[in-house]
Design a binder for this molecule. Sequence first.
Ligand code: NDP
Length: 499
Amino acid sequence: MDQSNHIASLPAEPRSFGFFVDGSWVDAGSREIFERKSPAHDVAVTRTTRCTTDDLNAAVIVARKAFADRRWSGLSGARRSAVLLKAANGIRERLDELALLETLETGKPISQSRGEVEGGADIYEYAAGAARALHGDSFNNLGDRMMGLVTREPIGVVGLITPWNFPFFILSERVPFILAAGCTIIAKPSEVTSATTLIMAEILSEAGLPDGVFNVVTGSGSEIGQALTEHADIDMVSFTGSTAVGQRTLLASAGNFKKLGLELGGKNPQVVFADANLDDAADGVVFGMCFNAGQCCVGGTRLVVEKSVARDFETLIVEKLARVRIGDPLDPDTQMGAVITGTQNDTILKYIAIGKKEGARLVCGGDRFAGKTGQFIQPTVFADVDRDMTISREEIFGPVLTITTFDTFDEAIEIANDTIYGLAASIWTTSLDKATDAFRRIQAGRVWVNTTITGGPELPIGGFKQSGTGRETGIYGVEEYTEVKSVHIALGRRDHWVA
Ligand code: NDP
């Protein structure tokens, strides 16, 4: 039944999950159980397994065997593509179930979850094409007696650590590309949002993915995530999360020099020039700060606006914020839901308090919503923000916008780039020259012009500076999970070295 127009009800009982290894569910048995409460309702919604490091080690053996015997990497791109296309169908068939679980565990609006699940299916379809398009290179210019080939080979066993803000979508931005390349996977979702990753394992298996190619081990980041990044028999780790843990991952991976893909934090500028369509820009800025309750690595929470229009623009934002529908994420009309955990809620409130203390002008919001069950924060705007203030420099990961003004184009670019991060940026102007000059000079892996937080799997994603290394999605996203090999083939008899 299409549930897109109904308010879904909370489950009577939390749904229990084992974990998924070698093509089968493994029961939790006597292992500890983690119970997840919906952040918007404070009701238990899922129970997942606290796997042990022995479970992880066993899963690595399975994934290694599945890689070594070439049951997946030895298939043609066409065969791999067929599995990914079937998986896309499987996702669509289970759209209602996946979206509901995603909303129950994250607190994000159900309409958004549905969009993310559908978007995930679309990414599998794109990656299915990429599985067939992936190729190396040849050198036919080495003379008649030599031929050169460059082959791309799957890197091997990949550990995949994903965060809680977009559990299914971020998974979908990685898994089909890793599979398209021919690798095997051990996924470790965030403990608070494991359900949709576990269901994906079942969908892939039913789509014909050979056993052992995609495994999910659940548990905490500090134990299972850490053990995974340290593991000597994992060839690559793809990590998405905070810059602090990303740094820890870098150190932990040094033991066997495993390759690392890191997508980390951001403090993304929204640069608004006076000649922009201010109504469009204000809508984009409000969306950029409120989307996913501000818990979005590419969310534009640092407004850099030309001084001559700053006050008018501020008024526009406040007017629009008052119309954002905040509330029960199970209501299809809700636009902004709950904050993921009590800890994250406290972090956001701590930053709001710092903003007030450091002398920024509180324009609106600034507190939690009184009287609501669960964790909800009012969209908050601070103006007169000096770029040295903590709220302008550190990633808050909540619906908190800072406003800093500029007089000249050069100053705008300087402020936009004045951050340790380089994940994303948005530019709002009607001047093509200005937009081009700005996107060339802004240091960020993703730049949007007259829009924000949009795009498809065709283009790569990733960060400059301390926002990460490597790229996901696009053809780059498959190549990321390959090793490059050079092959020289001698033709004819050898000119002997020994006289
Ligand atoms: P973390 O970086 O701690 O979590 C991200 C992922 O890493 C989760 O799967 C987590 O597992 C796992 N993890 C935690 N510790 C380790 C470790 N030692 N080794 C390997 N993996 C580990 O983010 P938080 O949940 O603590 O959020 C804190 C801040 O991080 C946010 O306020 C935000 O600024 C940023 N963040 C950025 C994200 C992004 O998309 N760039 C996503 C999420 C957070 P588990 O959750 O089970 O502990």
